[in-house]
Design a protein around this ligand. Structure first.
Ligand SMILES: Nc1ncnc2c1ncn2[C@@H]1O[C@H](COP(=O)(O)OP(=O)(O)OP(=O)(O)O)[C@@H](O)[C@H]1O
Ligand SMILES: [Mg+2]
Length: 507
């Protein structure tokens, strides 16, 4: 048996937590090996050790049978190991070529030979079907393209062990299909892949074997073809997981949010949302389904006050809030789980307690006469942390940056729900969450509804839209295609509507 990577009894501790507790992972040459585990299980940590970002406290690593010490990422590169991180690390105002050669610029005499680099990048891009333009700037390309740049960065450095840390959580369904194709191309060329993902369907579709860890410990390694999704989920969370959302029929009440003929400009200064109307009532969950970039961002940002309305009206509980400030909308009862948890969700260098208190710190009992009441803030944060099972080494005083991706997300969801808002706008609320946490968040959304609150759910995951929503509004090219009852439709119909086909044309 030839293993290309062997991580044996790896141990890594952080203050207050053992992130990796004697984990063993063995990857065969030429396989796609999935690494599965709940949020905070220690997956990113284990891979950061393999990539030389962290030093293990115990255990040993062998690459192609030889024991090695990976003291930094350059050593990993020299050993043929590359990594695409959970959050990309690209320089936005650099071109794709400049990003890829960063740190290893090819020189001709004293000048950097960008031409040679971009030719090599073009060649690699063609060979693996990556479809990348070496001269484009990062800030102008899609997230899916940025990820392919990260892949090229590894290939440019001749990596043959490729680590992908949750590559699909930021991609659209179409981009996911493309990535799977690219992975198959990579394997066909003799590369080996370690894939971290929470999506069991993806593991089933593409991985050969799967190693499962739970709370820093190895549970086991299984053959994917012989193991059901349910079994893998159970290994991972230690109990059976219910994939179905259980809910009674909605009892919609008064209109909480009314969007009337709303038009909003997008970043390119043309109308990204056009004459859009939608109502969300108390006691119902309205899902917005659409292909990424069809006006969802403009809709959400207009409702939350982060973007101006060109025309039309936004009413909250009968009050016109079209011109209201962000802060006053929050105070009026709008909560928002944002799409990008790093840009709008958390202040990464703040502690968890300060992040969780962000929306309430200026109210009693959290402050009085302009002074913060630290004890109350901590108590509040601790209840949210406990209720939403936000795991970290040091609880309320952990710095947000040190939390695992999924636990950062759980903290945001917890903070927003803890306000008990009149209207919750949830954008991709379960992105990056493990199946157990998804089940929990879905249950909380339904609970919010059953308390008579209004919920607007925006998601690219059709499964999520279909199972959680009561009504579904389909958006295409900034326009409302139609609104359907969730229990009277299916994936096919919504899929067609997402492509712009009106319901009357289908039936
Ligand atoms: N630099 C750090 N300092 C302190 N604690 C850390 C650090 N990095 C990770 N941790 C902690 O180690 C544990 C494992 O984190 P890790 O990021 O490896 O989880 P994960 O399995 O990748 O989870 P997710 O699916 O949410 O991304 C978490 O409890 C996290 O808070
Ligand atoms: Mg992670």
């Amino acid at each position: 048996m030839s293993f290309v990577v062997e991580m044996l009894r790896i141990r890594k501790e952080f203050p207050g937590i053992v992130a990796n507790d004697d984990i063993t992972l063995q990857v065969k040459q030429g396989e796609i090996h999935a690494l599965l585990g709940e949020n905070g299980a220690g997956k990113s940590t284990l891979m950061s050790i393999l990539f030389g970002l962290y030093q293990p406290d115990g255990g040993e690593i062998r690459i192609r049978g030889k024991q090695v010490e990976i003291s930094n990422p350059n050593v990993a590169n020299d050993l043929g190991i590359g990594m695409v991180h959970q959050h990309f690390k690209l320089v936005h105002n650099f071109t794709i070529t400049e990003n890829i050669i960063l740190g290893i610029e090819p020189k001709r005499g004293l000048v950097v030979d960008k031409k040679a680099a971009s030719a090599k990048i073009r060649e690699l891009s063609e060979k693996y079907g990556l479809n990348v333009d070496p001269d484009a700037k990062i800030e102008d390309v899609s997230v899916g393209m940025q990820q392919r740049v990260e892949i090229l960065k590894m290939l440019y450095r001749n990596a043959d062990v490729l680590i992908f840390d949750e590559p699909t959580s930021v991609l659209t369904p179409q981009e996911i299909q493309e990535l799977m194709k690219i992975m198959r191309n990579l394997i066909a060329e003799g590369k080996s892949i370690i894939l971290i993902t929470h999506k069991l369907k993806e593991i089933k579709a593409i991985a050969d074997r799967c190693t499962v860890i739970r709370r820093g410990r190895l549970i086991g390694t299984v053959d994917v073809a012989e193991t059901s999704e349910a079994r893998m989920a159970e290994m991972m969370v230690g109990r059976e997981v219910n994939f179905q959302v259980v809910k009674a029929p909605a009892k919609p009440g008064k209109v909480v949010l009314a969007v009337e003929n709303l038009s909003v400009l997008n970043n390119r200064k043309v109308l990204g949302l056009k004459d859009f109307s939608l109502e969300v009532r108390a006691g119902e969950i309205v899902g917005v389904a659409g292909v990424d970039g069809n006006g969802q961002v403009e809709l959400v940002e207009a409702i939350t006050g982060m973007r101006r309305a060109e025309s039309g009206k936004i009413m909250l509980n009968g009050k016109d809030i079209t011109e209201a400030s962000v802060r006053s909308r929050i105070k009026a009862g709008i909560a928002h789980i944002p799409e990008d948890r790093h840009k709008h969700g958390l202040i990464l260098d703040y502690s968890m307690e300060d992040n969780i208190a962000l929306k309430v710190y200026d109210e009693p009992p959290y402050s009085s006469r302009g002074l913060l009441n630290r004890n109350e803030i901590r108590r509040y944060a601790q209840t949210v942390i406990e209720e939403f099972d936000v795991r970290s080494g040091q609880g309320a005083i952990s710095v947000a940056r040190s939390l695992s991706g999924g636990n950062q997300q759980k903290a945001i969801v917890g903070r927003e729900l803890a306000q008990n808002p009149e209207l919750l706008i949830a954008v991709q609320p379960t992105r990056g969450l493990d199946v157990g946490a998804i089940e929990y968040i879905h249950r909380r959304l339904v609970e919010q509804r059953d308390k008579g609150k209004a919920v607007l759910l925006v998601s690219l995951e059709l499964d999520e839209i279909l199972s959680v929503s009561d009504r579904i509004a389909v958006i295409n090219n900034g326009e409302l295609v139609g609104i359907v009852q969730a229990d009277e439709t299916d994936e096919n119909e919504i899929g067609l509507m997402m492509a712009g086909v009106k319901r009357g044309d289908i039936r």
